[in-house]
Design a protein around this ligand. Structure first.
Ligand code: 6DK
Ligand code: ZN
Length: 367
């Protein structure tokens, strides 16, 4: 089926600088480019192009998000802060959030890519209902009023609010499989039942103080935040178990009108910023399963938005898996890093059981 591919050449212009370790004696060690650098989208795009996958997709160039789009999620103060930080040429936009003078502009193009993905998923162009947006900077740590963890504007939240405003949707689901907790997205929708947020992440990692199973939403949003913290070294079997036990039943019961994915390829076994073990077939599984879910509950409407993923050698391979699952194909390419499938371990089963128990009061399909 036709699938949108959203990308803007200018995404490489967002310069996050170099990763520098500061020692107590005042000396520093520069270990090269920041983890979230321009080569990420470059290698992903090259793999999609040369494997022939891109030719099967419908490429679209997005425009910038407008103030109106950003202000559905962020405060005026946040917009001014991002604008002023960029204008002053400062590198630090927030805790572990970096950029350069053009970063405000590129962050708007990133959010604009997420918005374009919604338009494609909603069938605005030639009957397409699915799209992948290869965007940067990522978004899921940005809250309404703060940049954080490589994120300036919260792309997936902006996309969800846009979908509600333009298409009048009353139920949007966000599934966040980036290895880090999508604290910004959770915060934005914490008291909202019109946006269901489901996150699978490495437990007690980043941010270390959010993403616990006890965070289930508040007010009318109670039960609509679903956290599945998984132990380090969880692989495909553990993620599949979490999908079968929680993600799919909750989505079937919620019946979203649109599925948005915060897709980080950083739970892969070669990532420098995680210790998980999901390889290409695991990403293929997650993308395929959510696409099939979307076909069952919302006429196939699904938008997959790029978040993290930092192993430059593995990122293009993990992304092949995501796109293979999304468009239902398999590219003839042998992953040189593939590892034997690991069994489902007791610790992962226990972690999933704890999430299930915390959410069972709110969902019939978990009982
Ligand atoms: N810093 C993300 O992938 C961003 O979720 C992750 C941000 C992690 C920053 C914290 C961190 C280090 C680690 C090692 C050495 C120096 C600094 F938003 C996304 F991009 F999607 O681990
Ligand atoms: Zn991440």
């Amino acid at each position: 089926k036709p699938t949108g591919f959203i990308f803007h050449e200018d995404y490489v212009k967002h310069d996050t600088g170099t990763q520098v370790y500061s020692l107590p004696n005042g000396k520093t060690v520069d270990v090269g480019l920041e983890f979230e650098n321009h080569n990420r989208v470059r290698y992903i795009k090259e793999m999609l192009e040369k494997s022939g996958l891109l030719q099967q997709m419908h490429a679209v160039t997005p425009g910038p998000a407008r103030d109106e789009d950003l202000l559905r999620v962020h405060t005026e103060r946040h917009l001014a802060h991002i604008r002023d930080t960029a204008a002053k040429g400062l590198r630090v936009f927030g805790p572990e959030a970096y950029g350069c003078p053009v970063s405000e502009e590129i962050a708007r193009l990133s959010a604009g890519g997420a918005i374009k993905a919604v338009d494609l998923a909603m069938g605005e162009e030639s009957g397409m209902t699915q799209a992948y947006a290869l965007i940067r900077p990522p978004g899921h740590h940005a809250s309404s009023d703060q940049a954080m963890g490589f994120c300036l504007y919260n792309n997936v939240a902006i996309a969800a609010r846009y979908a509600q405003a333009k298409y009048g949707l009353s139920r949007v689901a966000i599934i966040d499989w980036d290895v880090h907790h999508g604290n910004g997205t959770q915060d934005i929708f914490y008291e909202d039942d019109s946006v269901l947020f489901i996150s699978l992440h490495e437990a007690q990692y980043f941010p270390s103080d959010t993403g616990n199973v006890t965070e289930t939403g508040a007010g009318k949003g109670e039960g609509y935040t679903v956290n599945i913290p998984l132990p380090s070294a969880t692989g495909e079997a553990g993620y599949r178990h979490a999908f079968e036990q929680i993600v799919l039943p909750v989505l079937e019961e919620y019946r979203p009108e649109l599925v948005l994915v915060s897709a980080g390829q950083d739970p892969n076994g070669m990532d420098p910023l995680s210790r998980m073990m999901v390889m290409r077939p695991g990403f293929r599984y997650m993308a395929r399963t959510l696409r099939e879910l979307a076909e069952r509950v919302c006429d196939g409407r699904i938008a997959v938005l790029q978040e993290g993923g930092y192993s430059l050698p593995y990122l293009p391979i993990a992304t092949l898996g995501v796109i293979e699952g999304l468009i239902d194909c398999e590219v003839d390419f042998q992953d040189p890093h593939s590892i034997p499938e690991r069994p489902l371990v007791e610790e992962a089963m226990q972690a999933v059981q704890q999430s299930r128990n915390a959410l069972a009061p709110y969902w019939n399909y978990l009982q």
